[in-house]
Design a protein around this ligand. Structure first.
Ligand code: ZN
Length: 399
């Protein structure tokens, strides 16, 4: 469903005051004075800052605990502790992927995200229930937010019974990308893991988005293998490596070489500015021309209590983690949660230009960097020309 709309007195990216006209869901005109055609609703922006819709490029919609009461976390320290605990808690607590993903999307929308990429667990316990639940949410919010689903083998592929077949079924059901997870550290067979992941991507003609938590040289080795596959299959622009903590390792010469390889192969990096691990340098990646996107990762779940799905806040965390202080640096963090996400997710017609989809956010801020630093309430969120959030309240309710 698309719509026509007129916004007057807005400042795109903090620039000069302008008017903007939306026709059939796309930006038809922007300028100092664009008149509202008869019959088209006109909204006064009051000089507010206009941003493109925020892009949540990495989260886990299927397993948050929003609205389920406080979860007391006493989980062990290892990655595998968290993975095993979560599989248990899903049953014990009754984490319904459809209900929980709906709640998180409503929250994201209220915070101005108009696009979401969600990894969704595929394992022997859940089967495809997570994928089906998030698909139901995607349908529910169809006119408010675009959702991409990554089939995510959270418990591994080779070490987890039936995971390979389930991943294939998830792709057949309509997942948008093939996920993966620590080819060395979890599956202990990088070649076998990547054979499955890229094999599915090739067969179904979809992109790849791999969680890579592996540190240092082990992570670098996995990264090289992923880059080799991306090149060999001509998948430039369709592969994302999420977290990539190895790019935060001390061997800066090796990191520089990996960054070069990423740029050449057009493989994107997702970083969410983890405060607890070495992280990729956003500025280094951007300088090299590597697409960088960002996401909340899991919020309010059995892994950790934090997160509110606000991508402006996430840009601030990225800024803090990367020591961004100057306006141009903070603007780079903002670019990561907008244009960078759009590129990584392969979104066509994203931006605030004539012809782009009218996915827009209006906030009270003087400058883009202030929007990141102050995270003002989202006055208005527009999806394909329709107002979907007014004063922070979405028009579609959460289940
Ligand atoms: Zn994740």
């Amino acid at each position: 469903m698309t719509s026509s709309l007129h916004l007057r007195g807005i400042r795109p990216m903090g620039g000069a005051t302008a008017d903007l006209l939306v026709r059939d869901g796309r930006i038809a005109a922007i300028g100092a004075q664009v008149a509202a055609p008869p019959g088209v609703e006109s909204i006064d922006g009051g000089g507010a800052l206009l941003l493109p819709g925020l892009v949540e490029a990495h989260t886990h919609l299927d397993k948050n605990l929003i609205g389920m009461g406080w979860y007391r976390n006493d989980v062990g320290p290892r990655l595998i502790d968290k993975i095993d605990n979560e599989r248990r808690q899903k049953k014990l607590l009754g984490i319904d992927p459809a209900r929980q993903s709906g709640r998180q999307v409503a929250l994201s929308l209220a915070k101005g995200s108009t696009h979401i990429r969600s990894h969704v667990d595929v394992d022997a316990d859940m089967g495809l229930a997570g994928i089906e639940g998030v698909m139901a949410t995607r349908e529910r919010f169809r006119d408010s937010c675009d959702i991409q689903i990554v089939a995510f083998p959270q418990s591994g592929i080779l070490v987890h019974r039936g995971a390979r077949e389930l991943m294939e079924q998830a792709m057949r059901l309509g997942a948008d990308a093939v996920g993966g997870l620590d080819p060395c550290a979890i599956d202990r067979d990088p070649k076998g893991h990547l054979d499955v992941v890229f094999g599915l991507a090739e067969r179904f003609g979809k992109g790849v988005d791999i969680h890579l938590h592996e540190p240092g040289e082990m992570g670098g080795f996995s990264m090289e293998l992923i880059i080799e596959r991306a090149r060999a299959l001509g998948m430039g622009g369709k592969v994302v490596i999420s977290h990539a903590f190895c790019l935060g390792m001390d061997d800066r010469d090796y990191v520089a070489r990996l960054v070069e390889l990423l740029a050449e192969a057009k493989v994107a990096i997702m970083t969410h500015g983890a405060p607890y691990r070495p992280v990729p340098s956003v500025a280094q990646l951007a300088r090299a021309g590597v697409v960088v996107c960002c996401g909340s990762d899991g919020i309010r779940d059995t892994w950790g209590p934090y997160g509110n799905a606000d991508m402006l806040e996430r840009a601030m965390i990225l800024g803090l983690r990367n020591n961004f202080r100057r306006d141009d640096e903070v603007e780079l963090a903002l670019e990561v949660v907008t244009g960078g996400g759009a590129k990584a997710m392969g979104l066509a017609r994203y931006g605030i230009g004539v012809g782009d989809d009218a996915d827009l956010v209006l906030v009270d801020a003087e400058a883009p960097a202030e929007a990141v630093a102050a995270r003002p309430p989202r006055r208005l969120v527009v999806k394909r020309g329709r107002v979907v959030v007014t004063d922070g309240v979405p028009s579609v309710t959460a289940p």
